[in-house]
Design a protein around this ligand. Structure first.
Ligand code: FAD
Length: 314
């Protein structure tokens, strides 16, 4: 099967989640990658390490602005040029917006939020998360073209030393393709971007008040992690709203999520259940978070966290 994987870059560096999509695609078939905007050839060639044979690169720098219609047009064009049957993309705000548009343009079935490799023993069956990750649905995708969006941490990255060949792809864009575009990105100095973070230290109402957040920040700094919080914490202005994770906040998918003094309500778990490893620290042994966590520490955060920082520093 021929697979086209759409990748995204941040500051010219291919996102880890996109490399995971390439690795996912290479387990499904022969991969061609489509990339856009300002990315160095040496950076693009690295996708070969994860199984891509070829990269179709549209270097038009108007595509740096995350333009939805133009991106969908580029991916559809790349499907035509590569002859791909299946399009794979890692979920992001841009991918969530373009997936259905691409499917319509190429006449494909679309399945979003896929959490595992397809079972091809009898057709093409994928597992997707539903009810904000509380359940799974197994979906049989009809024969023909398919568009699949995958979550982070769905495959393990095992790089090789192969490199991919790069070709420029040109697309006949018109002005309407650039009608709706991102006009700017505001990043706070020094912050690790929460949705992209590999390590997250998050805290909840168990911290008692904003004055106690220093130890959470110390733990995050010691680990090189981003900080996050539960909804009530940001509602009470203990922490900024952009740190709120959960069903109504940011969805994270780090390698490690440490939850301190958070009960583990279903709405909180909805934003964190794609994390690879979850550690919960809570003084209540019955806290629901312990059911979702890989490791749990039953104890007072005010005793456990300083000891944890000390141990990591050693
Ligand atoms: P609490 O439920 O008060 O839990 C505090 C925890 O800290 C307890 O488990 C307690 O045992 C522990 N604790 C206390 N003291 C200590 C200590 N010294 N050491 C260690 N542990 C301690 N919530 C979200 O987080 N994100 C969302 O996106 C979200 N969306 C929602 C959407 C809807 C429609 C609704 C109805 C609710 C939503 N909520 C969301 C709220 C959610 O239901 C919970 O109320 C919330 O997650 C609880 O936050 P918490 O765990 O910080 O506080």
């Amino acid at each position: 099967m021929s697979v086209l994987v759409f990748i995204e870059a941040d500051n010219g560096v291919v996102k880890k989640s996109s490399l995971e999509a390439v690795a996912y695609g290479s387990k499904v078939g022969a991969v061609t990658v489509v990339a856009m905007g300002s990315i160095e050839a040496s950076e693009l060639a690295k996708v070969g390490n994860y199984g891509a044979e070829k990269v179709l690169h549209c270097s038009d720098d108007r595509l740096n602005d995350g333009v939805i219609s133009a991106t969908a047009k580029l991916i559809a064009e790349a499907v035509g040029q590569s002859g791909a049957e299946t399009v794979v993309m890692s979920r992001s705000s841009l991918v969530d917006a373009v997936a259905a548009r691409v499917a319509i343009k190429i006449g494909a079935s679309v399945v979003t939020n896929v959490q595992d490799l397809p079972d091809t023993s009898n057709g093409f069956v994928v597992k997707r998360g539903v009810f904000t990750g509380k359940a799974f649905a197994f979906v049989s995708v009809p024969d023909g073209k398919k568009v699949i969006t995958v979550t982070k941490n769905v495959v393990q990255l095992e790089p090789t030393s192969s490199e991919a060949a790069i070709e420029e792809i040109s697309v006949a864009f018109d002005d309407a393709d650039f009608g709706v575009k991102r006009i700017g990105v505001h990043k706070q100095e020094g912050d690790i971007l929460l949705p992209e973070a590999d390590l997250v230290v998050s805290a909840g109402r168990g911290m008692k008040g904003p004055e106690n957040w220093q130890m959470i920040e110390d733990l995050a700094t010691t680990l090189g992690a981003a900080t996050a919080c539960s909804k009530p914490v940001s509602d009470m202005d203990w922490r900024p709203h952009h740190e709120h994770v959960g069903q109504t906040g940011i969805k994270v998918a780090p390698q490690l999520y440490i939850a301190v003094g958070i009960s583990g309500a279903i709405q909180h778990l909805a934003g964190v259940n794609s994390s690879k490893v979850i550690v919960a620290i809570n003084k209540d042994p019955e806290a629901p978070f312990f059911k979702a966590a890989d490791y749990g520490v039953v104890g007072d955060a005010f005793e456990v966290v300083p000891k944890l920082i000390e141990a990591i520093k050693k």
